[in-house]
Design a protein. Structure first.
Length: 179
């Protein structure tokens, strides 16, 4: 009887030892795969290499063009609100995005005299309230991001909070996976 018990316990001990050893190996490899942050000089070198590519040259030409200058000045105008995460008043100017845009659900809005593409990442439960927006509605929005691309003639504002008439109509729900 004792021999049978020892015969069953011995493989259990060996297997659990292998499992723990394998776990330690996986943890060691994950620590090695973490890259250290690049210094400013390395980032600058990579940016200069990219600017020499055809895409980089096209982007620099776009930045120097009148359309690019207009977009960049519009983005610069609201950057203080973005960095401080303060509210911005906007007026909805169009319920559709420019033709050919692939930004998901959004509207065109005028903020401080300039037009912007305002994009949302709504869940199904929030779509009804957002679709109730009308042209000339006054909204208050908050955002953490303003971006631009040569494809669009307007800066792109990704909002996380919108209210109309003092009532919240949209609040971004963080992704469930934590990113």
């Amino acid at each position: 009887m004792k021999k049978v018990i020892y015969a069953l316990i011995l493989p259990l001990v060996v297997i659990s030892g292998l499992v723990f050893a394998n776990r330690d190996i996986k943890n060691d490899t994950s620590k090695e795969s973490i890259t250290k942050p690049r210094c400013a000089a390395e980032r600058e070198d990579e940016r200069k290499k990219w600017e020499a590519t055809p895409e980089g040259i096209k982007f620099k030409e776009w930045e120097a063009s009148p359309v690019g200058q207009k977009v960049l000045s519009g983005a610069k105008k609201i950057r203080p609100h973005i960095s401080d995460s303060t509210s911005m008043e906007a007026v909805v100017t169009s319920l559709s995005l420019p033709p050919g845009s692939r930004l998901g659900f959004g509207v065109m809005a005028r903020i401080n005299g300039d037009d912007y593409i305002v994009t949302f990442q709504p869940e199904k439960s929030q779509l009804e309230q957002l679709q109730s927006l009308k042209v000339d509605d006054k909204i208050v929005l908050k955002s953490h991001v303003v971006s631009y691309a040569p494809k669009y003639s307007y800066p792109i504002v990704s909002v996380y909070y919108v209210e109309r008439d003092g009532k919240m109509i949209y609040k971004r729900v963080p992704p469930k996976d934590g990113c």
